[in-house]
Ligand binder design. Structure first.
Ligand SMILES: Cc1cc2nc3c(=O)[nH]c(=O)nc-3n(C[C@H](O)[C@H](O)[C@H](O)COP(=O)(O)OP(=O)(O)OC[C@H]3O[C@@H](n4cnc5c(N)ncnc54)[C@H](O)[C@@H]3O)c2cc1C
Length: 390
């Protein structure tokens, strides 16, 4: 590993720390969907005005153009302050935007990238379907070419933020006779088009992050196709590489803070013997120490990955190792939080409220599914990192 912080990086950290401390949102992130959207885009716009939006986006697209190491510093400081993620802008910033940069036409880039960066628009991802999740190439949502339009019919599911989004990165089948991975097209869908029906899905933590989206003869201009017609699988692979490669960095940093908060919680909360603080209990102390060590190990892995990406340019399949490790670790930490809370854990507090251990515990079940399940990450590691037979 070759990762050292230069004097320039150290000065950069100081600048980030000062700016975030001054401009961080002071109010709690609201739970109601449209208020949450407004909160997220306002925070994105503040970052844009301060010159921090799109920290690792190239300068030619209006980003900060920071090196990978400086992006890491930004995420470390962001996570250290426990700042809320800009979840509504996540798809646009973390994978639709980067996919457009590498695969879209100049007109598409000029129209969409500045809007994403300024927080003018929210994007969502229409990839998964009821019968196509891990095996994404089985997707059935159909698009027929009619003149200069695609006419889309079908259904997507688990579409985060579809209820508040203006645009969607949508995968459709444009050639049903071609082999499974061929005949798919990646198209920009305007979510206000006629024939789109968006139905929120309530999850077990009471949130409505996801939606089911139905398309009934939705007419999308062919000029919205990104890359070539029928070649959407290769475009989608670029999208997923961004999603799996860099998107989890800030969550990892946040997890380190969660462990420290949990240690503080265990110091003043009564432990299993009903008398002494939880931290005095041998088993809880052992699990907390293990969590702290594992978070440090994950940080080392992240540094190693960033060091490698700085040399090779892309995280590649090794990004799956960190995603898998993070998922397992986050779930074990929130299980531990629940054990420390004891009966108080049954009192629900949403995950956006400080001390919202119960909400975070319930949400943690999703971590090993979103962005590709842990089983799929294991397959990728087995086949593409360890070169085991399929
Ligand atoms: C928080 C969150 C946010 C999401 N946001 C979006 C979004 O915005 N847009 C979107 O399109 N999708 C989104 N998803 C959906 C997500 O991508 C899918 O849930 C995921 O890809 C798994 O697909 P599935 O749910 O259909 O499960 P399935 O693919 O049906 O899998 C069911 C089980 O079988 C296992 N399995 C399947 N295939 C294999 C295999 N080959 N080897 C071993 N085990 C296997 C899986 O690991 C899993 O345990 C989101 C999901 C979550 C949890």
């Amino acid at each position: 590993m070759d990762l050292t912080f230069s004097d320039v990086d150290i000065a950069f950290r100081e600048e980030v720390r000062t700016w975030l401390a001054e401009h961080r949102p002071r109010d709690k992130r609201p739970l109601e969907r449209s208020a949450m959207r407004e909160y997220d885009v306002a925070w994105q716009r503040t970052q844009f005005d301060g010159g921090w939006a799109g920290i690792s986006w190239p300068k030619e697209y209006g980003g900060r153009g920071a090196s990978l190491i400086q992006a890491l510093i930004w995420f470390e400081e962001y996570g250290r302050l426990g700042l809320p993620g800009i979840d509504a802008c996540f798809v646009g910033l973390s994978h639709a935007g980067p996919t457009l940069m590498t695969r879209a036409s100049e007109d598409q880039k000029a129209f969409h990238l500045p809007k994403i960066l300024r927080g003018d628009v929210v994007w969502c991802q229409g990839f998964s379907e009821p019968e196509a999740g891990s095996d994404l190439a089985s997707l059935k949502t159909k698009a027929v070419i009619d003149g200069d339009e695609l006419v889309v019919t079908g259904q997507k599911i688990w579409t985060s933020f579809a209820d508040v989004a203006q645009y969607q990165e949508l995968l459709v089948r444009t050639d049903s006779d071609a082999a499974k991975h061929k005949g798919i097209t990646w198209v920009i869908c305007d979510m206000t088009l006629c024939g789109i029906d968006i139905r929120p899905i309530e999850t077990m933590d009471g949130e409505h992050e996801f939606c089911e989206v139905c398309y009934d003869d939705v007419r999308i201009p062919l000029t919205n196709v990104v890359g070539r017609l029928h070649d959407g699988w290769s475009v989608a692979m670029s999208t997923l590489a961004f999603e799996r490669g860099t998107a989890f960095t800030v969550n990892q940093v946040r997890l380190a803070k969660v462990v420290e908060d949990l240690i503080a919680e265990a110091r003043h909360r009564t432990g299993p013997d009903g008398r002494r603080p939880a931290i005095v209990d041998d088993e809880i102390a052992r699990r907390l120490a293990k969590a702290r060590a594992e978070v440090a190990a994950m940080r080392a892995m992240t540094y190693r990955g960033i060091s490698r990406s700085s040399r090779d340019g892309s995280p590649g399949p090794k990004g799956s190792i960190i995603k898998l490790y993070y998922s397992d670790l986050a779930q074990s930490i929130y299980r531990l939080a629940f054990d420390i809370m004891g009966a108080d854990g049954l009192h629900f507090v949403d995950r956006w409220t400080p001390g919202g251990w119960s909400g975070s515990y319930l949400y943690s079940a999703a971590i090993s599914i979103g962005g590709g399940t842990s089983e799929i990450q294991r397959n990728i590691i087995g086949e593409r990192v360890l070169c085991l037979p399929r």
